[in-house]
Design a protein around this ligand. Structure first.
Ligand code: ADP
Length: 652
């Protein structure tokens, strides 16, 4: 076994690989971007080396920087994880040239499976069923259109170099073909630098079933059964499970054989996945599935296979890379129970699944029986716009599918994430959707049920707003009391009806509270019962997390942020024209320089400060011409996102 490993990846997968490597006695060497300097995978490693700025193409994708670290540290092997350089044959070759063992398949296999057309042709020769279609070299539009007609609509146009669900167009009518082809080729050229496409029959009610294969360097190839990844949106996996619902022994044997044949056709070793598409309308059958592509790496969803087989696939990757034989034979493998994985994302299903970034003010992922959590972030950490906004993979194992699904849903509901919005509520709705529960799966299920799954703009939950408003009012009254503005005897429990709220004698102020796009004005001397009447539901069972500029009110996986708007913040005023005088920190970071003093005159657009975040400097500019007032921090201070640094008072 190797004595050291360099992990050329980040986040949860880097941490997951590092844990196995450490258990096997290896020295763990991490590489990271500037944005990841504080990340848990960096802290976990025995040593860590910065390889460049936040954008992946300047760090995680730079072969030379990574291999420099490998040489400098004497790393014996390199694990690429998934994504980044994991399916890059040149990178694997560069590792070999640098004397570092690449923990992955032979570069020739990566190359052979790299383009969808060549891969299809190759496995077809090995007797593996492929989706009917055309995957030849001729790319003339008229010729391809004729082929589409022969195949029969609907067809799918696929970029041969495509990946990640990009570069695909479904065409339903002959008349629409040219336009779809042109747009697919444009996207393929722009995204992958290769405009070649193939045409295939569009499988109706498609089910995505993939088989985990494993080979060693001695010619043995076996499979670790299948995973069903039909729960997708925009061709990206949302929930994965093993085994596939409705898979009988004969069908499983047919899938397994096809997968092993495909892997053997390219002399495969290491971990790989053969993706098949099945016609879900007819159920899974030995003659009803087709090869789609091979992923020549570890998959995001490998934990469900580990849970049902009891094998650590990363350990097997290391053993195979070190030249060991597969420690098991096909006949020794059995399936134990059922496992399901949900990808917990910082995103808003309610708004087209837009990523949601920012500080994780709370992150408590619930454990429990049969629950495994693979996460790469911690409470207080950031979800940045630089990388995939996945917070964690939550994996549940159970004696059967229903038990696994129940455990998964309960673990998600018991988890607390505040700051970025998450897809928790959406995942739970999907887990309990009647079709999904019944195993009536196909890749269109999510899109057909967006409304039922709550992935539509929600009504503002007034009860949640009430709970947040009440908490903020309590804080504000407490602050006034501390400042001696309130009547003495301010109750220690702001929720208690009997004590009422502190009143500032003769002072009838009000508190403005903002939730999403709405504002509520509350009299500062309101009593709890008055507020309860005005804002019913505040006593529902919410989880409140203070953070940022206010309070996050969490209710079964959905979050409403309630805050006190700054009166000078224009985003809350609709005066238009005037940019307002508030100078806020654009992000969570450090105030590294302050260029002005209180009372100083500044011009609109003048640089007044610099905030450093993730090793990058962000100039802060005066929003208008005027005089600096109320500088709230000194240089060196840590600033929260949106922290008020100063105000520029309008020039007379
Ligand atoms: P990528 O490399 O971008 O992941 P794939 O070829 O693996 O592309 O396809 C991604 C997804 O697109 C599949 O999981 C499936 O949902 C859908 N898909 C692919 N081929 C077909 C087809 N012939 N008919 C219907 N859906 C398909």
């Amino acid at each position: 076994m190797f004595s050291s490993v360099l992990i050329a990846n980040r986040g949860e997968i880097a941490l997951r690989i590092a844990r196995t490597a450490r258990r096997l006695g290896m020295r763990v060497i991490a590489v990271h971007s500037e944005a990841d300097a504080e990340a848990p995978f960096v802290a976990f490693a025995d040593e860590a080396h910065c390889i460049g700025p936040a954008p992946a193409r300047e760090s995680y994708l730079v072969t030379e920087r990574i291999l420099d670290v490998a040489k400098k540290t004497g790393a014996e092997c390199l694990h690429p994880g998934y994504g980044f350089l994991s399916e890059n044959a040149e990178f694997a070759e560069a590792c070999a040239a640098a004397g570092v063992t690449f923990v992955g398949p032979p570069p020739s296999a990566v190359r052979a499976m790299g383009l969808k057309d060549a891969a299809k042709a190759l496995v077809e020769k090995a007797g593996v069923p492929v989706v009917p279609g055309y995957h030849g070299d001729i790319q003339e539009p008229a010729f391809l259109k004729e082929k589409a007609y022969q195949i029969g609509y609907p067809v799918l146009i696929k970029a041969v170099a495509g990946g990640g669900g990009k570069g695909m167009r479904r065409v339903d009518k002959h008349a629409d073909f040219e336009e779809a082809l042109a747009s697919c080729q444009r996207e393929a050229q722009n995204s992958f630098g290769n405009a070649h496409v193939l045409i295939e029959k569009y499988v109706l009610a498609p089910r995505h079933v993939e088989v985990q294969v494993f080979g060693d360097k001695h010619g043995n190839v076996i499979h670790f059964f299948e995973r069903d990844c039909s729960m997708q949106r925009r061709h990206q996996k949302v929930i994965e499970e093993a085994p596939a619902p409705g898979m009988d022994a004969a069908t499983r044997a047919a899938f397994g054989k096809a997968a092993v044949d495909a892997a053997k056709a390219v002399g495969y070793y290491g971990a790989g996945t053969i993706e098949f598409i099945a016609d879900g309308s007819r159920g899974l059958r030995p003659d009803g599935f087709y090869f789609m592509e091979m992923n020549t790496r570890l998959q995001v969803e490998h934990p469900v296979t580990e849970e049902i087989t009891g094998f650590d696939l990363v350990e097997l990757q290391f053993r195979v890379a070190a030249g060991e034989k597969m420690p098991v034979a096909q006949g020794d493998l059995t399936i134990h129970g059922h496992a399901v994985e949900a990808r917990l994302y910082a995103e808003e299903p309610e708004r087209g699944f837009l990523p949601s970034t920012g500080t994780l003010h709370a992150l408590q992922l619930a454990g429990g029986e049969g629950i495994r959590i693979d996460s790469g972030v911690l409470e207080g950490g950031e979800v940045t716009p630089f990388y995939d906004p996945m917070i964690a993979k939550v994996i549940a194992h159970g004696a059967n599918r229903d038990e696994a699904l129940d455990r998964l849903r309960d673990a998600l509901l018991d988890s607390v994430v505040a700051g970025p919005k998450t897809n928790t509520r959406f995942l739970c709705a999907l887990i309990d959707h009647p079709d999904f529960r019944a195993g009536r799966l196909d890749t269109g299920l999510i899109d057909r049920n967006l409304e039922a799954l709550g992935a539509v703009p929600p009504e503002l939950d007034r009860a949640a707003v009430a709970a947040g408003a009440l908490a903020l009012l309590g804080e504000e009254q407490m602050r006034l009391a501390d400042a001696g503005l309130a009547r003495s005897g301010w109750a220690s429990d702001p929720w208690s009806e009997n004590d009422g709220f502190a009143l500032a004698p003769g002072r009838k102020g009000s508190l403005r509270v903002k939730a999403e796009q709405e504002e509520i004005v509350l009299p500062l001397d309101a009593s709890a019962s008055e507020i309860g009447e005005a804002l019913p539901g505040a006593d529902r069972d919410f989880t409140l997390v203070a953070g940022g500029e206010g309070i996050f009110v969490l209710d079964r996986g959905r979050q409403v942020a309630v805050s006190i708007p700054d009166p000078l913040d224009v985003s809350f005023d609709d005066h238009g024209g005037d940019a307002g005088g508030l100078v806020k920190s654009p992000m969570h970071g450090k105030l590294v320089a302050l260029f002005v003093k209180d009372g100083e005159a500044v011009e609109k657009g003048q640089r007044v400060a610099i905030v450093e975040a993730m090793k990058m400097e962000h100039p802060v500019l005066a929003p208008r011409t005027g005089t600096v007032e109320g500088i709230a921090f000194e240089a060196g201070a840590q600033l929260g996102e949106g922290a008020r640094i100063m105000v520029i008072a309008e020039a007379e």
